[in-house]
Design a protein around this ligand. Structure first.
Ligand SMILES: [Zn+2]
Length: 218
Protein backbone atom coordinates (compact mmCIF):
# COMPACT_ATOMS: atom_id res chain seq x y z
CA UNK A 1 0.00 0.00 0.00
CA UNK A 2 1.36 3.39 -1.01
CA UNK A 3 1.42 6.06 1.69
CA UNK A 4 2.76 9.60 2.14
CA UNK A 5 5.44 10.69 4.63
CA UNK A 6 4.29 13.60 6.79
CA UNK A 7 0.88 13.64 5.04
CA UNK A 8 -0.59 16.60 6.99
CA UNK A 9 2.15 19.00 5.87
CA UNK A 10 2.04 17.64 2.31
CA UNK A 11 -1.75 18.12 2.05
CA UNK A 12 -1.64 21.63 3.48
CA UNK A 13 1.24 22.69 1.20
CA UNK A 14 -0.57 21.35 -1.87
CA UNK A 15 -3.81 23.08 -0.80
CA UNK A 16 -2.04 26.45 -0.59
CA UNK A 17 -0.27 25.83 -3.89
CA UNK A 18 -3.54 24.85 -5.58
CA UNK A 19 -5.12 28.13 -4.48
CA UNK A 20 -2.05 30.15 -5.53
CA UNK A 21 -2.14 28.59 -9.00
CA UNK A 22 -5.80 29.48 -9.48
CA UNK A 23 -6.91 25.85 -9.78
CA UNK A 24 -9.54 26.31 -7.11
CA UNK A 25 -11.55 29.09 -5.49
CA UNK A 26 -12.30 29.56 -1.79
CA UNK A 27 -13.35 26.26 -0.26
CA UNK A 28 -14.01 24.33 -3.52
CA UNK A 29 -11.95 21.25 -4.34
CA UNK A 30 -10.23 18.94 -1.89
CA UNK A 31 -6.97 17.12 -1.27
CA UNK A 32 -6.21 13.94 0.66
CA UNK A 33 -3.24 11.72 1.46
CA UNK A 34 -2.89 8.19 2.85
CA UNK A 35 -0.97 7.65 6.07
CA UNK A 36 1.23 4.64 6.80
CA UNK A 37 -1.56 3.21 9.01
CA UNK A 38 -4.02 3.29 6.08
CA UNK A 39 -6.06 6.20 7.48
CA UNK A 40 -6.54 9.32 5.38
CA UNK A 41 -5.84 13.00 5.95
CA UNK A 42 -8.35 15.16 4.05
CA UNK A 43 -9.09 18.85 3.72
CA UNK A 44 -12.17 19.98 5.68
CA UNK A 45 -15.39 21.21 4.19
CA UNK A 46 -16.07 24.99 4.33
CA UNK A 47 -12.61 26.20 5.42
CA UNK A 48 -10.95 28.64 3.01
CA UNK A 49 -7.58 27.33 1.77
CA UNK A 50 -6.01 30.73 2.43
CA UNK A 51 -6.75 30.41 6.17
CA UNK A 52 -6.23 26.66 6.53
CA UNK A 53 -3.86 25.44 9.24
CA UNK A 54 -2.63 21.90 9.92
CA UNK A 55 -5.19 21.42 12.72
CA UNK A 56 -8.05 22.02 10.28
CA UNK A 57 -7.27 18.79 8.43
CA UNK A 58 -9.57 15.87 9.23
CA UNK A 59 -8.41 12.30 9.85
CA UNK A 60 -10.73 9.55 8.62
CA UNK A 61 -10.48 5.77 8.37
CA UNK A 62 -10.73 4.00 4.98
CA UNK A 63 -14.53 3.73 5.40
CA UNK A 64 -14.85 7.46 6.06
CA UNK A 65 -15.45 7.43 9.85
CA UNK A 66 -13.98 10.58 11.42
CA UNK A 67 -11.11 9.73 13.81
CA UNK A 68 -9.87 13.23 14.54
CA UNK A 69 -11.30 16.68 13.75
CA UNK A 70 -10.87 20.07 15.41
CA UNK A 71 -14.04 21.89 16.63
CA UNK A 72 -16.41 19.61 14.76
CA UNK A 73 -14.73 20.11 11.39
CA UNK A 74 -16.24 17.85 8.77
CA UNK A 75 -14.33 16.04 6.02
CA UNK A 76 -14.92 17.28 2.51
CA UNK A 77 -18.41 16.52 1.18
CA UNK A 78 -16.72 14.75 -1.70
CA UNK A 79 -14.85 12.38 0.60
CA UNK A 80 -16.56 9.30 -0.90
CA UNK A 81 -14.81 10.00 -4.20
CA UNK A 82 -11.44 9.96 -2.39
CA UNK A 83 -12.30 6.76 -0.48
CA UNK A 84 -13.29 4.97 -3.69
CA UNK A 85 -9.96 5.87 -5.32
CA UNK A 86 -7.87 4.60 -2.38
CA UNK A 87 -9.88 1.40 -2.18
CA UNK A 88 -9.49 0.71 -5.90
CA UNK A 89 -5.84 1.73 -6.29
CA UNK A 90 -3.38 0.42 -3.75
CA UNK A 91 -0.52 2.18 -5.55
CA UNK A 92 -1.69 5.77 -4.92
CA UNK A 93 -0.90 7.93 -1.89
CA UNK A 94 -2.89 11.05 -2.74
CA UNK A 95 -6.09 12.23 -4.44
CA UNK A 96 -6.99 15.77 -5.55
CA UNK A 97 -10.46 16.79 -6.68
CA UNK A 98 -10.81 20.21 -8.30
CA UNK A 99 -13.01 22.36 -10.55
CA UNK A 100 -10.57 24.15 -12.87
CA UNK A 101 -12.35 26.08 -15.63
CA UNK A 102 -10.89 24.61 -18.84
CA UNK A 103 -10.93 20.98 -17.73
CA UNK A 104 -14.49 21.44 -16.45
CA UNK A 105 -15.52 22.67 -19.90
CA UNK A 106 -14.50 19.25 -21.25
CA UNK A 107 -16.29 17.56 -18.32
CA UNK A 108 -19.50 19.38 -19.19
CA UNK A 109 -19.16 18.48 -22.87
CA UNK A 110 -18.30 14.93 -21.64
CA UNK A 111 -15.31 14.83 -23.93
CA UNK A 112 -11.89 13.31 -23.25
CA UNK A 113 -8.84 15.56 -23.19
CA UNK A 114 -6.59 14.01 -25.85
CA UNK A 115 -2.95 13.19 -25.11
CA UNK A 116 -1.80 15.49 -27.90
CA UNK A 117 1.11 17.23 -26.19
CA UNK A 118 4.43 15.35 -25.97
CA UNK A 119 4.86 13.79 -22.53
CA UNK A 120 1.22 14.33 -21.50
CA UNK A 121 0.89 10.53 -21.43
CA UNK A 122 4.02 10.30 -19.24
CA UNK A 123 2.12 12.09 -16.47
CA UNK A 124 -1.47 11.04 -17.22
CA UNK A 125 -1.11 7.61 -18.88
CA UNK A 126 -3.01 8.64 -22.04
CA UNK A 127 -6.19 10.56 -22.93
CA UNK A 128 -7.96 11.84 -19.83
CA UNK A 129 -11.42 10.23 -20.03
CA UNK A 130 -14.73 11.56 -18.78
CA UNK A 131 -16.82 9.50 -16.36
CA UNK A 132 -20.45 8.51 -16.70
CA UNK A 133 -22.69 11.05 -14.96
CA UNK A 134 -23.62 10.68 -11.28
CA UNK A 135 -25.05 13.33 -8.94
CA UNK A 136 -22.47 15.05 -6.70
CA UNK A 137 -21.99 13.52 -3.28
CA UNK A 138 -23.37 10.07 -4.24
CA UNK A 139 -21.21 6.92 -4.08
CA UNK A 140 -21.66 6.49 -7.85
CA UNK A 141 -19.34 9.46 -8.46
CA UNK A 142 -16.50 7.39 -6.97
CA UNK A 143 -17.51 4.16 -8.71
CA UNK A 144 -17.61 5.91 -12.09
CA UNK A 145 -14.34 7.76 -11.43
CA UNK A 146 -12.51 4.53 -10.64
CA UNK A 147 -13.58 3.13 -14.04
CA UNK A 148 -12.39 6.23 -15.92
CA UNK A 149 -9.11 6.29 -13.94
CA UNK A 150 -8.07 2.79 -15.01
CA UNK A 151 -4.41 3.16 -16.09
CA UNK A 152 -4.62 6.96 -15.80
CA UNK A 153 -3.50 9.72 -13.48
CA UNK A 154 -6.65 11.80 -13.95
CA UNK A 155 -10.30 11.65 -15.06
CA UNK A 156 -12.95 14.25 -15.80
CA UNK A 157 -16.07 13.96 -13.67
CA UNK A 158 -19.12 14.44 -15.89
CA UNK A 159 -20.78 17.87 -15.48
CA UNK A 160 -18.64 18.57 -12.42
CA UNK A 161 -14.82 18.75 -12.54
CA UNK A 162 -11.62 16.76 -12.30
CA UNK A 163 -10.02 14.08 -10.13
CA UNK A 164 -6.32 13.19 -10.14
CA UNK A 165 -4.36 10.47 -8.33
CA UNK A 166 -0.69 9.73 -7.67
CA UNK A 167 1.99 9.02 -5.10
CA UNK A 168 2.09 12.38 -3.27
CA UNK A 169 0.03 15.62 -3.11
CA UNK A 170 2.68 17.67 -4.96
CA UNK A 171 2.81 15.16 -7.83
CA UNK A 172 -0.99 15.00 -8.04
CA UNK A 173 -1.18 18.79 -8.08
CA UNK A 174 1.27 18.75 -10.99
CA UNK A 175 -1.05 16.37 -12.88
CA UNK A 176 -4.03 18.61 -12.07
CA UNK A 177 -2.22 21.69 -13.41
CA UNK A 178 -1.02 19.85 -16.53
CA UNK A 179 -4.53 18.60 -17.37
CA UNK A 180 -5.96 22.09 -16.91
CA UNK A 181 -3.27 23.69 -19.09
CA UNK A 182 -3.74 21.02 -21.78
CA UNK A 183 -7.51 21.51 -21.80
CA UNK A 184 -6.95 25.21 -22.48
CA UNK A 185 -4.42 24.48 -25.23
CA UNK A 186 -6.64 21.88 -26.93
CA UNK A 187 -9.49 24.38 -26.92
CA UNK A 188 -7.23 26.88 -28.72
CA UNK A 189 -5.87 24.28 -31.14
CA UNK A 190 -9.42 23.49 -32.19
CA UNK A 191 -9.83 27.10 -33.28
CA UNK A 192 -6.81 26.53 -35.54
CA UNK A 193 -8.30 23.45 -37.18
CA UNK A 194 -7.86 20.89 -34.42
CA UNK A 195 -4.90 19.15 -32.77
CA UNK A 196 -2.88 16.74 -34.93
CA UNK A 197 -2.52 13.45 -33.00
CA UNK A 198 0.86 12.24 -31.76
CA UNK A 199 1.89 8.96 -33.49
CA UNK A 200 0.29 6.09 -31.59
CA UNK A 201 3.58 4.27 -30.90
CA UNK A 202 5.05 7.42 -29.33
CA UNK A 203 2.07 7.84 -27.00
CA UNK A 204 2.23 4.12 -26.19
CA UNK A 205 5.87 4.53 -25.12
CA UNK A 206 4.97 7.57 -23.02
CA UNK A 207 2.15 5.59 -21.38
CA UNK A 208 4.68 2.86 -20.61
CA UNK A 209 6.82 5.41 -18.79
CA UNK A 210 3.71 6.46 -16.83
CA UNK A 211 3.07 2.87 -15.73
CA UNK A 212 6.72 2.47 -14.72
CA UNK A 213 6.77 5.71 -12.70
CA UNK A 214 3.47 4.84 -11.03
CA UNK A 215 4.97 1.55 -9.83
CA UNK A 216 8.33 3.19 -8.98
CA UNK A 217 7.62 6.77 -7.83
CA UNK A 218 10.60 9.05 -7.31
ZN1 LIG B 1 -16.50 18.92 -6.69
Amino acid sequence: MKFVDNPEAAVRAAAKDMLRRGLVEGTAGNISARRSDGNLVITPSSVDYADMVLEDLVLVDPEGAVLQAKDGRMPSTEMKLHLACYEAFDDIGSVIHSHPVWATMFAIARESIPACIDEFAVYCGGDVRCTEYAASGTPEVGINAVKALDGRGAALIANHGLVAVGPRPDKVLHITALVERTAQIVWGARALGGPVPIPEDVNRNFAGVYSYLRANPR
